[in-house]
Design a binder for this molecule. Structure first.
Ligand code: ATP
Ligand code: MG
Length: 710
């Protein structure tokens, strides 16, 4: 492998970075300027030209997929597979280290990893055992506190506990003890333990500092404190750190990413050479200009001048839709019109929230277009959706054993694995379904008292639910079953980062019922049977396999680092994007704007942005406004396909409300209580924006909202 072969496809600044012989390098540059490419070529350069053994290279990136891609691209350039590098995510590498050095790390050899749900369960246990009151010690907040302390590198004896949080420290210490006794390691612990083991073990540290002469980090803007310290420690005074990142793409501050990592690097690392990349090779002028214009609304950015040699390219297509169904069918129509011109895998559909994928997936399935949901399960395959479906299936058929078993275990209802085994054995011996077997075991009082009691309660609920749903509309049936299942209170109580998404997904089922149109060939089925058949068919089979040509569906967060010739951004509506939760704090809004910058810059050539005038959210029709980010794209870059065109940004009435609604406390049947913070439009179009105590900000059409003024 010749040096010139590694450099030939790079520009001057990129070559400067790749061949840099000094110690530390930091490349700060905008999207699509070749940061990842530089990092990959740098690794090839180190191995092929500087003759660094691969095992002396430590390279971290943000996702497993990116790590895989990185090592395969290195092999491609080198022309052979180079083994022995440590290349992966921070968590992956820390895990590898701890498996090798478990004894030095003070762990048992077979330590177990705690995922977020398990962690919360352990913390609840501790709160209960310490006989603390959960209302004063909310488990989710304590979990957050512990994780953020670990992300900062602080053990209970070191962490001071912000004012008002002192009493959490005792619980942190108790949690640590429990993990130690049970040989458990949570995600934050992987990193902290990795760091401490190296830091406190001189010979080990020396070994790794000598070994890893070269440390490379992609997406550096999203590292948190402990990750930063790990890089600093391994680099030591002799190592060379090669860092690439873009402050404008920092989108994980909500998970502890430290916005100052990049300026800090310049101070903490020995004479780092700073290199800027300014040419974007990914996108057309129109796309780049739109992205630059959006991000220019943020404050305190590192100065960057990103340009492209590409042609202007097509304008950005803007599509207004009546609702999310029309939005999905417009997207599909566009995809079909590209047939023969683009491969399906050149097309990505991006959205802000997971639950948005359902309507789009259905439209793709209807037209038999293969797709893959990237970085997540397809809607009907998601665990929480399957849980809810199990309860729905049982209303149709109590002899559905798979559904029965699933519903027995979530939410937990005192029917443990042992009891379940007895039921299963009995069912098998007697040739019964699980429901009938349970019924007989109850009658014969063969089970332990507590188990019998739980089982009686469960069967009663099933029968009651069955009665309640008879003669109801499909939607209403869904509402009843979900309520009876108690899945939502169960998830609410778990309060993990994922619970909110899971709840959204379950509620999205009600929307699905609302929009469900029974096909003619299902004439002899009830609407519920028809819906369930359709859900079952959609799950499992339809997801394209990894190698099959397919449209790529993903959230904007998981699109980081990727690129596609054609990108759709769906649901460009205020409240959805920027997300309601971000709108009350200015830092949150800037983070959403960076996310918008990430989304727009995924497109190489064509970009379709769509928004709907109304959308079902949590079973209610929400009237929506175009996202404020749309108004940050210069008009001349947009080809507005809708008949009306993008209306001027609505002026929101905040100072004095018509009809005296402004500032009133109101109650909504599903969102609960909230305060009216804006009123606009009149007649049939009159809308109000309400800040609900638990559901956040929502726009509602006054005529349909049925608000009770308190
Ligand atoms: P992001 O900020 O989105 O992570 P990035 O800065 O990492 O982007 P890359 O993904 O490395 O950018 O590069 C963007 C695209 O430009 C890729 O398709 C890459 O192959 C191409 N590219 C980068 N540098 C050059 C170059 N010198 N000549 C031709 N193409 C290039
Ligand atoms: Mg990149």
């Amino acid at each position: 492998m010749q040096a010139d072969q590694i450099l030939v496809q790079l520009n001057e600044q990129q070559r400067e970075a790749v061949t840099s012989s000094g110690s530390n390098v930091i490349v700060v540059a905008g999207a699509g300027s070749g940061k990842t490419r530089v990092l990959v070529h740098r690794i090839a350069w180190l191995i092929a030209v500087e003759q660094i053994p691969p095992q002396n290279i430590f390279a971290v990136t943000f996702t497993n997929k990116a790590a895989k891609e990185m090592s395969s691209r290195v092999s491609e350039i080198l022309g052979y597979e180079s083994k022995g590098m440590w290349i992966g995510t921070f968590h992956g590498i820390a895990h590898r280290f701890l498996r090798l050095h478990w004894s030095d790390a003070g762990l048992d050899q077979n330590f177990q990893i705690l995922d977020a749900d398990d962690q919360l369960r352990q913390i609840k246990k501790i709160i209960k055992e310490s006989s603390f009151d959960e209302s004063r010690y909310p488990p989710k907040e304590i979990t957050w506190f512990i994780n953020s302390q670990k992300d900062l590198g602080l053990r209970p004896d070191k962490s001071k506990g912000k004012k008002g949080f002192e009493h959490y420290l005792g619980l942190y210490a108790a949690y640590e003890k429990l993990c130690r006794q049970n040989n458990l390691v949570d995600f934050g612990e992987l990193l902290l333990r990795f760091y401490e083991t190296l830091k406190n073990n001189e010979p080990l540290l020396e070994h790794y500092q000598n070994r890893f002469e070269n440390i490379l980090v992609d997406e550096f803007q999203d590292t948190n404190e402990i990750q930063y310290q790990i890089i600093k420690l391994i680099t030591g005074s002799e190592g060379r750190a090669f860092i690439v990142g873009d402050d404008d793409q920092s989108i994980y501050r909500w998970r502890g990413a430290n916005p100052d990592s990049m300026p800090r690097f310049r101070n903490d690392f020995l004479e780092p050479r700073s290199i800027k990349l300014e040419q974007n090779y990914r996108s057309t002028k129109n796309i780049l200009n739109a992205a630059n214009s959006i991000i220019s609304n943020n404050n305190g950015r590192l100065e960057k001048n990103l340009w492209t040699d590409e042609e202007s390219g097509p304008l950005i297509k803007l599509h207004q839709n009546f609702d999310e169904y029309e939005e999905a069918s417009n997207i599909i129509e566009t995809i079909e019109s590209k047939s023969g011109k683009l491969k399906l895998s050149d097309i990505a559909i991006l959205y802000r929230s997971n639950a948005q994928s359902r309507v789009i997936e259905e439209a793709l399935i209807r037209r038999a277009i293969p797709y893959r949901v990237y970085g997540g399960f397809r809607f009907f395959d998601r665990a929480e959706v399957k849980d809810a479906l199990a309860y729905l299936r049982l209303t149709q058929n109590v002899a559905d054993d798979i559904a029965f078993e699933r519903a027995c275990s979530v939410p937990p209802k005192g029917i443990g694995a042992q009891t379940m085994n007895k039921i299963k054995n009995y069912a098998r011996d007697e040739g019964l379904c699980l429901y009938a077997a349970s019924d007989q075991l109850i009658q014969s009082k063969t089970l332990a008292n507590r188990a019998t009691k739980s089982l009686v309660a469960f069967l009663e609920t099933l029968n009651e639910t069955k009665n309640l749903v008879s003669n109801q509309t499909l939607e209403k049936q869904f509402e009843i079953v979900i309520e009876q299942s108690k899945l939502i209170p169960y998830l609410k109580e778990k309060k993990t980062e994922q619970s909110a998404t899971k709840i959204d997904n379950i509620l999205e089922l009600i929307n699905a019922a609302h929009g469900f149109r029974q096909p003619f060939e299902d004439d002899d089925l009830s609407p519920m049977q028809s819906f369930l058949a359709h859900a079952a068919l959609e799950s499992g089979e339809n997801q394209a396999s990894e190698w099959q040509e397919s449209v790529q569906l993903m959230t904007m967060h998981s699109a980081k680092g990727l690129e596609f010739p054609l990108v759709f951004i769906a649901g460009m509506e205020d409240g959805l994007f920027p997300h309601t939760r971000s709108q009350l704090d200015p830092g949150g809004l800037e983070e959403e704007r960076r996310l918008c910058y990430v989304a727009v810059t995924r497109s190489m050539r064509e970009l379709y942005i769509s928004y709907s005038s109304q959308r079902m959210l949590h079973g209610s029709m929400i009237s929506s406004q175009p996202s404020r980010f749309l108004y940050e794209i210069p008009n001349e870059l947009i080809d507005d396909l809708s008949t009306e065109g993008l209306k001027p940004m609505p002026k929101r009435q905040r100072a004095n409300g018509g009809d005296g609604l402004l500032g009133k406390l109101v109650e909504h049947s599903s969102f609960g209580e909230g305060v009216v913070i804006a009123v606009e439009g009149d007649g049939d179009n009159k809308r109000v924006q309400v800040n609900f105590q638990s559901a956040g900000l929502k726009w509602l059409v006054l005529g349909y909202a049925n608000l009770k003024i308190m």
